[in-house]
Design a protein. Sequence first.
Length: 283
Amino acid sequence: MQFSKPARLSAMIASIAAALTFAACGGGSMSRPPKVTQAAVPTAGAPPSGNPSNSSSPDHPANATVIGQIQSKGGWESCTAAFANGYPCASGRGKADAWMAQNQKTPSLSGSSSEFHIGGATPYSNNLWWKQLGPNNNVAHFSYDFWVYTANPDRPEAMEFDVNQTFNGTRWVFGTECNFAGTGKWDVWDGSGQWGKWVPSSVSCPRLQPNTWTHFVWQFERVGQQVHYISVTVNGTEHPVNMYQAAEENDHAYEINAAVQLDGNYRQAPYELYVDNLTLTYW
């Protein structure tokens, strides 16, 4: 059973935002839907009008903005099942015990990885971490590049890696979940309907190898009111995804952020995930 949610890291709608203290909850969060437990049929959606990219090439133009070593930057925020006011955050069945430790020398590729830990007493509890990177509504193409390492790859229910862009009332959630215990696929987020849903792609996501660095690069783009999941590259092997999913409406933040979420399993077995060379490139 899965309870993981996309990193929905934006301000509440105006009526809710007025009642919240943003400093206490990382800028607020829209309510999170329950995890889809019945796999949806993989779909590429309907390509929108315009000129979306058909290429999954990781090449970037010379004027692209590159934000590197995000895992080592200050100002990361986090939440577990719900905010103090009761609104869901990482969802799941309970409150996870979780922490993040930056500037780890080992294991590390850069000499400064970040260690994310999750545990606790309640099965299927999750924790979400995110780093705000500042707003920019002039960019539409994103490359999310990161390395991960764990000693206990049998313990995660799922792992989630997201990029979010919000402006003018719309939130483009580039939500990806390696759904180890559920679909066994890379699931992607679709923001349609009242709550949105996870949709499995055709790309398998097997459990990681223990004590081994694994390299992922996701390519996304914003096309009209849709999110285009272009491809995911795993250890140098590219896997086309080419799925168009809906953005979320009625969100009033202005932001770009990067996020990592860990999901607990049926025993809430504790584990750590090291993340290194976390880089977001956009243009």
